[in-house]
Design a protein around this ligand. Structure first.
Ligand SMILES: NC(=O)c1ccc[n+]([C@@H]2O[C@H](COP(=O)([O-])OP(=O)(O)OC[C@H]3O[C@@H](n4cnc5c(N)ncnc54)[C@H](O)[C@@H]3O)[C@@H](O)[C@H]2O)c1
Ligand SMILES: [Zn+2]
Length: 377
């Protein structure tokens, strides 16, 4: 856990899903090997790169060079950056552009971007010609540790986020940690909330390591590769044991029930990025666990202190703008379908690194907790 690999060696994390197994290749500069990997995996395949305009500006040329130098043909499809592109309209445009570029069943779609592009391009790949394979080239920290692994793809509906989608595993993930150098600091920090999540939910030693080394993860040395590899190994293990989220995979939602409510209350806007909402949600999940006496107040404080140290929100009044009421937050939690047969499911903790699924939380208890938190904010 604490031994760091050398900077120049790519780390390969296998995702053990039988016939759908694939590798996650992590390292500084691994984008340069994209064409070689694709050629080895699918000799003669053509590719369509789906990306957003911001990512295209920074990294599309390098991706194209990597493909062309290995003799892999590619066409680029650009969409506007942002969550708005996870829409029916953009999905339609991407599917048509993939067909226009004459992608056949044996060819590949490449998702070059953050979670928005991964979800959108992966879903388009799952539908075009009843499914073509795709490669994830994640360019945000969130995408490298979370959304590019595990095969959840989709777009948003006016009914809510991610309601139209499919499970479609990629055939390869190329996570070049150097691509994160151009990511705005705030986006990197938001993605870091998901990194800390893996420590908080299942790996206390990793959490301690992050407390000591987080600055190096931000700085971009070998510590960054190491942290991303630890997260990918954790997610790969969980996904291999519970691909379709019938059990353990739900632990990845630590901080997401409270977090989504705040994210929705802020209108999924720049006021509160997803990772920022998750940080706040995790701090609240730890406080809720302490209120239930499942953990000591010291453990809850330690979890929150680390998130706050990197500059993430951990208190309700860290979120700029008007404060939602407890009723509004509970409405959003119920709409999020986290309430089944009158009971709320929350991911709670018995300690740092010891998360569990609690299916029987009385919504009145959550409401009382949020009311207390809002009153003390
Ligand atoms: N499928 C899953 O399992 C899963 C898991 C978690 C989140 N998600 C989804 O992921 C999405 C959020 O992903 P995200 O945070 O990566 O957002 P994003 O894809 O919108 O990227 C954030 C911003 O950073 C820009 N950007 C991306 N890479 C860059 C780079 N290297 N340099 C400079 N700018 C860059 C993008 O253009 C965008 O403006 C949400 O839609 C969420 O639902 C999916
Ligand atoms: Zn998340």
């Amino acid at each position: 856990m604490t031994a760091q690999p050398r900077a120049s060696e790519p780390i390969v994390v296998p995702v053990a899903l039988g016939a759908r197994a694939y590798d996650i290749v992590i390292g500084r500069g691994v984008l340069g090997s994209l064409g070689q990997h694709i050629k080895a995996l699918r000799p003669g395949a053509r590719t369509a790169i789906v990306t957003d305009q911001t990512v295209a500006k920074h990294h599309l040329a390098a991706a194209e060079v990597a493909l062309k130098s290995a003799g892999v043909e590619c066409t680029a499809i650009r969409v506007p950056p942002g969550e708005g592109s996870k829409s029916y309209a953009t999905f339609d445009g991407v599917c048509e552009a993939i067909l226009d570029s004459r992608i056949e069943r044996g060819d590949l779609v490449i998702a070059l971007g953050g979670g928005v592009i991964g979800d959108l391009a992966g879903f388009a790949a799952s539908c075009v010609r009843r499914g073509v394979d795709y490669v994830q080239v994640p360019t945000t920290l969130l995408a490298q540790v979370d959304s590019s692994v595990g095969g959840k793809t989709g777009i948003n509906s006016p009914h809510g986020k991610n309601l139209i989608g499919a499970f479609h595993q990629p055939v390869l993930v190329i996570a070049d940690t150097a691509l994160l150098d151009t990511l705005p600091k705030r986006e990197f920090r938001a993605g870091y909330a998901e990194v800390a999540k893996y420590g908080l939910l299942g790996d206390a030693a990793f959490f301690s390591w992050l407390e000591a080394n987080w600055q190096d993860v931000f700085a971009g040395g070998p510590a960054r590769e190491h942290a991303i590899a630890v997260c990918c190994r954790a997610k790969a293990g969980i996904v291999a044991r519970d691909e379709l989220e019938t059990g353990e995979r739900a632990l990845l939602n630590l901080g997401h029930t409270f977090g989504h409510a705040f994210e929705a209350a802020a209108g999924f806007s720049d006021r509160l990025l997803h990772g920022e909402a998750v940080a706040l949600g995790m701090a609240l999940a730890f406080d809720f666990s302490a209120r239930r006496k499942l953990i000591s107040p010291d453990d809850a404080a330690r979890a929150g202190a680390h998130l706050a140290a990197v500059g993430l929100p951990t208190h309700i009044n860290d979120v700029p703008g008007a404060m939602p009421s407890a009723d509004r937050l509970m409405d959003l939690i119920v709409q999020d379908k986290k309430v089944k047969r009158g009971q709320l499911t929350l991911i709670l903790v018995r300690g740092i690194g010891k998360a569990f699924v609690e299916n029987n939380v009385d919504p009145a208890e959550a409401r009382a907790f949020l009311t207390e938190k809002l009153a003390s904010a």
